[in-house]
Design a protein around this ligand. Structure first.
Ligand code: 26Q
Length: 809
């Protein structure tokens, strides 16, 4: 394999510009240069991918298939150059050719084929699976539009389409020869022939699935995996002969469906809506994926009886749950296997990861919709449900448990129960979350099949989220830990603990943070016209907007600070900047109101001279992967303040920790494990524990009592109600907190119950910040102990305990 030098890269880039755009480097536009870079790196990866695939087939290695409706990949150019070990050379080549490397990286759009945590997790795991040299493929939909772009207009969110493909498609390789056909609707006809039951799917609407592959380079390896994104096309060009046969409408219908299926990512996060198009999207990518996996397995092994020994299907939440009946269909209808054998193989092939305990996010499909769109899959699902129910009845003899564990019940199909029945493993994504699944959400299933229930705490790609985006910290770590060991062995970060009393190291850590804050301030000024004071504490809450994540609690506390400042202009001595970034699902009215509120408050504080150089609130528009990459290295306080028991894991918390920010948080999700590693002395814990939350709800929680007892809190809430200088009042939010509204109970997420404890923790943050040595020491301990939160560790656990595939150590 040739190794790129700066010079050979320049030659390669010039050749690409000439061949693909008919331009010299002097003439090329930045977008063309970005595409030339992509084409150059793709060439290297394509060769390595072929080699990886050849080896996998030849040695008949077991393969991992990671199915997810979302892969939040972000940008690829810097990442791929980094992993291929040619980032410095590429930067130099670009500069030599008259471009600013940073501008070329910045021009690449994010591939934002995901909403938030679940989608970003899938992207991080692709990197680790590849780096660990696991033969793995990701599968999803090639959405034409990713998560919407957010604009703030007069304080409110406006959604714009995210047309990422213009430049983003530079990484995609269409493979039309590997297209599959997916069938919807129609009728199922059964007939016996030669002692065999045959299934005919008649009058179905057929959509063609065309794969577009994105290559994934690992770090420090020649192993290359693929993310396969299915694009939807209509099967036939409009065929006028159909017209005469009366099938013209059918052809038109197929074309219409094909056009909509891969059109847009659903922008709901932790909330499901039973929309027919969403179900079609799920089946579309599941069926195309399983058909291609089964066909390839047959090609290499010649039999399906060992399918589970050579393949494992990991499903990212229940969204791809249809793999279970689809595999059954392929085994039974297409391969002629009997039910029991098909079920034995299926249930040894599929593993399910759960990402939420919120009731409104557990997928359930109306049976009439399901049976209409997927008639054959419905028959199979019904039979799976019948047999499962029999098993539950035999085990428990308890009608309440039968009802709770049912797959088809009350006119609905419950996808989580389908996954539990049809999978070999069910895992939560943090210790606490997995415990809640075992003890509460899936309690009865766990009683029957306890071996299925596991935990794999989430992790993040530390090469991207530390080494690549925070080069100053990366250099210091390499210097102190004696090289780049931590890149492949993240636990080497532990060595940093030894420098806790080294004042020069602590000072350098502070200098790095300040330099990163200055960079971010410069970037914010240039791209958004926001003026940030680098001497202020950068206190950050960035994540999807959801009531359970409690951005509103953060806001209430800022209002309290503001009121304190009005009573006493000297109440704040340390400048404090609160940064927010969050998209709200377009249909989530309360979430949108909270965004408006943050902007109203920001405006109020901005216009009050009392706050100058003391208090500032900034709402960062269009929070996304590439903005997170700028922000994480500059952050000092990480807000992880969800109601205990509600956030399955969180992964933003890990990104902040790795970049040396200190966490103010509840004992929720992976914060619990962070606390076990750090102790009380290295993070700012507050609030009720998850069992206390449950108990309080059981015993009847009355937020009004807290309001009546706390003058600080009641003053905050009254201010919220009356609004700020822009004249917008937030009486609706006030009412929700004190009395409940629209079917949800008063203060459903216990903001008022945790308010006092939160304010105290925040005061501790500010007091600690006044002691730089202590602050920097805490920061150092956070970085040092963040190694467990590397995705490499999480993926190794999946590989060892669930997938049973070998990997690089
Ligand atoms: C389902 C059906 C129809 C439409 C939308 C959806 C849908 C889409 C996205 C439901 C849920 C999601 C996303 C969930 C999610 O991101 N969960 C987060 O997963 C992270 C990775 O495990 C965790 O760290 C977070 O705690 C969890 O909230």
């Amino acid at each position: 394999m040739k190794k790129f030098t700066t010079k050979s890269l320049e030659e390669e880039l010039s050749a690409k510009l000439m061949l693909h755009f008919g331009k010299t480097a002097e003439e090329a536009l930045p977008g063309e240069m970005m595409r030339a870079c992509a084409l150059t790196l793709r060439d290297v990866m394509a060769l390595r991918e072929v080699e990886t695939r050849r080896k996998t087939r030849k040695e008949q290695k077991k393969q991992v298939h990671y199915l997810s409706l979302e892969f939040l990949m972000g940008r690829s150019l810097m990442k791929n150059a980094y992993n291929l070990g040619i980032l410095p050379q590429l930067r130099q080549a670009l500069e030599n050719m008259g471009f600013k490397a940073a501008d070329i990286f910045e021009i690449e759009p994010d591939a934002a084929l995901g909403n938030g945590g679940l989608g970003r997790l899938a992207a991080c795991y692709l990197d680790s699976m590849t780096t660990l040299e696991i033969p793995a493929t990701g599968y999803s939909i090639c959405y034409e539009l990713g998560i919407f772009k957010q604009k703030i207009v007069e304080g409110q969110q406006v959604e714009l389409p995210d047309n990422w493909k213009d430049l983003g498609a530079a990484w995609l390789l269409p493979k039309p020869a590997e297209a599959q056909e997916v069938r919807f609707g129609g009728k199922v006809r059964e007939f016996w022939d030669n002692g065999h039951l045959h299934i005919i799917h008649e009058d179905a609407t057929v959509v063609q699935a065309v794969p577009c592959d994105m290559e994934i380079a690992g770090y420090g390896t020649e192993h290359v995996n693929v993310l396969r994104l299915w694009d939807a096309r209509s099967t036939k060009p409009v065929d006028m002969s159909l017209f005469s046969r009366g099938e013209y409408l059918k052809a038109a219908e197929e074309e219409a469906m094909a056009e909509t299926i891969a059109k847009v990512l659903y922008p709901e996060d932790n909330h499901v809506e039973g929309k027919s198009l969403r179900l079609k999207q799920q089946y579309f990518f599941v069926s195309a994926t399983m058909q291609s996996i089964v066909a390839k397995h047959l090609e290499t092994c010649g039999t399906l009886h060992n399918f589970h020994e050579k393949n494992v299907i990991q499903i990212n939440d229940t969204h791809p749950a249809l793999v279970i009946p689809e595999l059954m269909r392929l085994f039974i209808d297409d391969a002629g296997m009997d039910w029991d054998e098909a079920w034995r193989i299926t249930t040894q092939s599929v593993a399910y990861t759960n990402h939420t305990v919120l009731a409104e996010a557990l997928e359930r499909w109306p049976q009439d919709l399901f049976s209409r769109v997927l008639p054959r899959i419905w028959q199979i699902t019904l039979e799976i449900s019948r047999r499962w129910q029999e098993k539950v009845e035999d085990f428990y003899h308890d009608p309440r448990k039968t009802e709770k564990m049912a797959i088809v019940w009350g006119g609905e199909v419950r996808m989580a129960n389908l996954c539990i029945a049809g999978g070999m493993a069910v895992n939560g994504v943090s210790g606490l979350h997995s415990e809640i699944l075992r003890k509460d959400v899936f309690r009865d299933a766990c009683g029957m099949e306890p071996w299925k229930f596991r935990n794999v705490t989430n992790g993040i790609d530390h090469r991207r989220w530390l080494s690549e985006i925070n080069p100053r910290l990366d250099s210091l770590i390499k210097e102190l830990t004696g090289g780049d060991e931590y890149l492949l062995h993240p636990q080497a970060l532990k060595k940093l603990d030894a420098f806790a009393d080294d004042r020069t190291v602590l000072d350098r850590l502070a200098e790095i943070k300040l330099a990163n804050k200055r960079d971010f301030a410069a970037h914010a000024k240039k791209t958004r016209g926001v003026i940030l004071n680098p001497d202020a504490i950068f206190d950050v809450q960035v994540k999807r907007l959801h009531e359970y994540k409690r951005q509103l609690l953060n806001v209430l506390h800022i209002i309290a600070l503001y009121q304190r400042l009005q009573d006493d202009p000297n109440a704040i001595t340390q400048p404090h900047t609160f940064l927010f970034g969050a998209k709200a699902a377009p249909g989530y009215a309360v979430a949108k109101r909270i965004i408006h509120l943050i902007n109203s408050l920001a405006d109020q504080i901005d216009h009050d001279p009392i706050c100058k150089d003391k208090l500032q609130v900034v709402f960062l528009e269009n929070y996304r992967v590439s903005l997170a990459e700028q922000l994480m290295p500059a952050s000092e306080v990480s807000q992880q303040i969800s109601t205990a028991g509600k956030e399955a894991s969180g992964t933003g918390n890990m990104k902040f920790m790795m970049n040396g920010a200190l966490t103010i948080g509840t004992l929720d999700g992976a914060n619990v494990e962070m606390h076990q590693l750090l102790g009380d002395e290295n993070m700012f814990l507050f609030g009720l524990h998850s069992d206390e939350v449950e108990q309080m709800k059981r015993e009847g929680y009355v937020p009004q009592r807290i309001y009546n007892r706390s003058p600080v809190l009641s003053r905050c809430l009254d201010a919220l109600r009356n609004g700020f200088r822009d004249g917008v009042r937030y009486d609706d939010l006030y009412q929700r907190l004190l009395f409940g509204a629209g079917g949800s109970p008063a203060d459903e997420y216990l903001l008022l119950a945790d308010f006092d404890s939160y304010c105290q923790a925040s005061d501790r943050v500010v007091r600690t910040y006044a002691d730089p040595v202590q602050w920097n020491r805490m920061s150092l301990h956070n970085i040092a102990r963040s190694g467990v939160f590397a995705a490499d560790r999480a993926v190794a656990e999946y590989a060892d305990n669930i997938w049973r595939v070998p990997h690089r150590k």
